[in-house]
Write a protein that binds this ligand. Structure first.
Ligand code: SF4
Length: 273
């Protein structure tokens, strides 16, 4: 039986429904929620997106920053950002501030955010400026920050700096990747492993059209898993984790052609009460 998930934001009173397409959700909740709005993973809720152009690009600063002696421990990086928004309840548990890094080499057919694929597009920004925006008062209250894409591991220096800086600010950090956890660990890259060692949650795997039935919360297709600390530690220690077979698809180009998207990831319906 398909699962239906309703997430209520107790700050705004908005309800986000997962597990139905927008038409079904509109019919089911007619008369309960006014003005339903279709949203999707990696797309911001209305009125919460930060204007990165106005933020000043690379050197932008603002919001509370750690003391200089704390900041010295975190290496700064420059990267390309597709968008940044607050108050998301669909990109990991709770209310989250989200940064989408620009550029994705995976190119799942039918991806709902193709504008994030071009690695030369987006706004060039310093990691410190991004961290300032993620922790800005305008996004409060928040339960954590989420880094997604695009493909975050395609900008490894930027990802490393954002994860280290967010952990320095004691944030709960979730990362979405189109690469499955076993594929990331097989890279045997110290920077990848350092990211996996610090984050609180990895939502991993490519978006697979044939696995969208019964998809669980915060994911676009059923092959994706929420890997919390214990599972990340298992993977880093070489212990078995779930889903090793499908994980191989994303690093084998000859099998990547098996991946076909039929609908945008995680169709969701959102309405103000
Ligand atoms: S990994 Fe994510 S951003 Fe990249 S193509 Fe697939 S769904 Fe789109």
């Amino acid at each position: 039986m398909p699962a239906l998930t309703v997430i209520v934001d107790d700050v705004t009173g908005e309800a986000t429904v997962e597990g139905l397409d927008p038409r079904e959700a509109g019919a089911l909740f007619a008369g309960v929620f006014a003005n339903p709005l279709a949203v999707n993973c990696a797309l911001p809720p209305r009125d919460t997106e930060v204007d990165l152009g106005a933020s000043g690009g690379v050197g932008a600063v603002g919001g509370a920053r750690p003391a200089p002696e704390q900041r010295a421990a975190v290496k700064e990086a420059i990267g390309r950002v597709a968008r940044l928004y607050h108050s998301s309840v669909v990109d990991g548990p709770g209310r989250r501030s989200v940064v989408a890094l620009q550029g994705c080499p995976i190119r799942c057919p039918g991806c709902h955010v193709p504008e994030t694929h071009d690695q030369a597009a987006g706004t060039r920004m310093a990691s410190g400026a991004v961290l300032d925006l993620l922790s800005a008062a305008t996004g409060a209250p928040r339960d954590g920050v989420t880094i997604l894409g695009g493909e975050p591991f395609a900008q490894l220096d930027m990802l490393s700096a954002l994860v280290a800086g967010a952990k320095e600010r004691e944030a709960h950090v979730a990362v979405y990747s189109g690469y499955a956890l076993p594929a990331l660990v097989r890279r045997d890259d110290p920077r990848v492993n350092a990211v996996l060692r610090q984050i609180d949650l990895l939502v991993d795997g490519p978006y697979l059209r044939d696995h969208t039935h019964g998809v669980a919360p915060y994911r676009g297709s059923a092959n994706q898993f929420m890997r919390e600390r214990a599972e990340l530690d298992d993977a880093l220690a070489g212990r078995p984790v779930r889903h090793a077979d499908l994980a191989r698809r994303d690093d084998d180009p000859t099998r990547r052609t098996l991946i076909v998207n039929r609908r945008p990831c995680g169709q969701r319906q959102r309405g103000g009460g």
